[in-house]
Design a protein around this ligand. Structure first.
Ligand code: DLL
Length: 432
């Protein structure tokens, strides 16, 4: 089943033609309406007419998250604010989020892209979709909401949290489709199994994304819930969910290539890698109006698969995201930067500036342990003070990260020191 069959099965030649045409229009829009791009092009002597086809994109610099941050909040928008009908944002290192905007046209394109991946996974207008992503500035909930509404599914805008209620609603409202992070789906599915209420539910499909999901994790969710689930990728800077999603064959995620042009680069050199090789995904938004972006460094590591898919879709696929090339951690779907944690710790009484973050996968849930060094070992003997300190750090971390972390206070001088770049993160999640 397709949502927009003509475009989803378009021949590669026609698709390339369409991409080139859209690219030329995009380059002009960026040059004329976004001072950031105009300055950059002028400085490098790049004229818009020099970028005619997608291959020419290699001649222009990459855009980074820092570029967006420096233009906080709206300076990279290409339309007047009165044309912007929605903003979203994602968390950032400095406490200032990365802000993205949408015109009416953008929202329409966005919901088309999400509708495509929902239909590709098997969703229909008969589905009752429980959206258990957090509603708000995060793109996940409203993104899936728009796409599923477009195909005529019944939406339950549940938001995340309150798991008992999630299960109650699932049972009482006859939810057939669950939208969430895979880690939250694992949690809910385990609860469902423990309560023995699966038989009272109609759940059949899961649309997951926003963080990586191993095959083992997906198998567990599918087994516990008795559903079929797909993996879906996107990021707020590009649109949100809808950039790519798996079809029923689950052999990579089809990119909405009529709207997003994908390249893979070597993250060290910035050069394009040969077709099929792993590297960092770089995306140009071909049609976005409010916040177009040229060659955005996603920092996500994957590879492109251009061979035709047996499902009939001709759009290239990306393989499951392998990891990130920068230090941003995604814990339970929340973006966490070590520097955010540093900002909490530095300046606090009793603890020094040395810390270590240990990320683990316990069962199928991500956990974060923050190890902090005490300035004075004597505190280790004074339990009530130690406990109060631990609680204080925990609360501060929760308010900055929106996430619960385990706080371990360790002896002075026990955390490794570095002369060069510090390695503050030990990510044990992908270790067997
Ligand atoms: O997570 C958008 C989204 C929402 C996608 C819901 C799918 C479903 P951000 O909060 O900006 O946007 O985070 C983007 O999350 O660069 C990846 O590192 C990671 N990510 C998103 N989807 C996947 C996935 C949304 N399916 C960052 N697999 C991206 C692995 C993913 N990582």
């Amino acid at each position: 089943m397709f949502f927009q069959k003509d475009i989803e099965t378009i021949s590669r030649d026609k698709l390339e033609e369409l991409q080139n045409e859209r690219l030329r229009n995009l380059i002009n829009r960026c040059y004329e309406n976004v001072p950031f791009y105009k300055d950059r092009f002028d400085r490098l002597g790049i004229k818009p007419e020099m970028i005619k086809i997608t291959k020419d994109l290699r001649n222009i610099p990459l855009t980074t998250k820092e570029d967006i941050r420096e233009n906080y909040p709206f300076k990279m928008f290409a339309v007047p604010m009165k044309k912007v009908v929605r903003v979203h944002a994602s968390s950032g290192t400095t406490g200032k989020p990365t802000v993205v905007g949408y015109t009416r046209g953008d929202l329409d394109m966005w919901s088309d892209c999400v509708a495509r991946l929902a239909v590709a996974a098997g969703a229909t207008d008969e589905d009752v979709a429980q959206i258990s992503f957090g509603y708000g500035l995060f793109t996940g909930a409203l993104g899936l909401h728009g796409g599923l509404e477009k195909i005529g599914a019944t939406i339950i805008p549940m938001s995340s949290g309150n798991s008992e209620k999630q299960l109650m609603i699932m049972e009482d409202f006859g939810t057939t489709l669950l939208v969430s992070t895979p880690s939250y789906a694992v949690y809910l599915s385990e609860m469902c199994r423990e309560k023995g209420i699966r038989d009272k539910m109609k759940l059949r499909l899961g649309l997951f994304g926003s963080e990586g999901c191993t095959d083992e994790m997906r198998n567990l969710i599918e087994k516990n819930f008795g559903i079929f689930a797909t993996d879906n990728y996107g990021m707020s800077e590009l649109i949100g969910p809808g950039v790519s999603g798996e079809c029923k064959l689950r052999c990579g995620q089809h990119i909405a290539e009529d709207h997003f042009f994908a390249e893979i680069i070597n993250p060290e050199t910035g050069e394009n890698v040969p077709d099929g090789e792993y590297g960092e995904l770089v995306v140009t938004t071909l049609t976005k109006e409010a916040f177009p972006i040229l060659r955005y460094r996603t920092r996500d590591i994957t590879r492109l698969i251009k061979e035709p898919c047996a499902c009939g879709r001709t759009h290239a696929r990306i393989e499951k995201i392998r990891g990130r090339s920068d230090d941003m951690l995604i814990i339970k779907g929340v973006n966490v930067f070590p520097s955010q944690i540093e900002s909490v710790i530095i300046g606090m009484d009793y603890v020094g500036p040395h810390y270590l973050l240990v990320v683990r996968r316990e069962g199928f849930m991500d956990t974060l342990e923050v190890q902090l060094e005490l300035i004075d070992a004597a505190l280790l003997e004074r339990f009530s003070e130690l406990e109060a300190l631990q609680k204080k750090v925990k609360e501060k971390l929760r308010s900055v990260l929106g996430l619960d972390a385990k706080v371990s206070l360790v002896q002075p001088m026990t955390i490794e020191r570095f002369q060069g770049k510090a390695k503050r993160v030990v990510d044990l999640r992908n270790q067997k």
